[in-house]
Design a binder for this molecule. Sequence first.
Ligand code: AMP
Length: 212
Amino acid sequence: MNIVLFGPPGAGKGTQSALLVDRKQMKHISTGDLFREAMKNQTPLGVKAKSFVDAGKLVPDEIVIGMVAEVFKNLKGQSFILDGFPRTVPQADELEKMMSGMNLNIGKAVFLEVPRETLMRRLTGRRVCNSCGAVYHVDSKPTRQEGICDVCGGQVVQRKDDHQDVIGTRLEAYDKSTSPLKQYFASKGLLSEVNGLGATEEVYGRLASQIA
Ligand code: AMP
């Protein structure tokens, strides 16, 4: 089953996607990761996206849609998780068109629900490895050695857009542009709401039972 995983920044989409990839052999398509990779490599796409991503603003729809269309060209029949896409209603409409053109469909759109104060705590304390992308948290999942990734030995840093001043902009973008997707997917009979609070494995159990 192909799924869309959506929710506010800090809801745990990336963490849960990593488990699904590992345990259900699904392909992970994260538009945020694709932008960060493009920015790191300073590709034309990365250069275009950088000012938006760093400011916590949504990258314009046509840029995101073009990028996802490229990824879809290389799908090899594997079920996938869309993490962070769509993030606006026009993106969702475009996704539907792209999928039907390829004879594919979305089986579920899972909304990860987390209260605002928890999101703030998760986002301000989040740290990521700038080599392999492993995710840590200063309180709940610190690295064994300060600033060094447990997995690959890379440097563990704070994402620019996880700085306190940018988080507010990201949450506003979510409220304005992404939260209407709940209604959008509900109207198509695809919405599934999952409580994103609690330990990673607890949340995974709830999520997995929705997409079994
Ligand atoms: P994420 O890692 O999903 O939190 O995404 C990080 C940033 O990438 C977002 O704050 C946006 O600037 C950009 N981004 C990722 N996905 C999208 C999307 N579907 N539409 C617009 N901007 C996006």
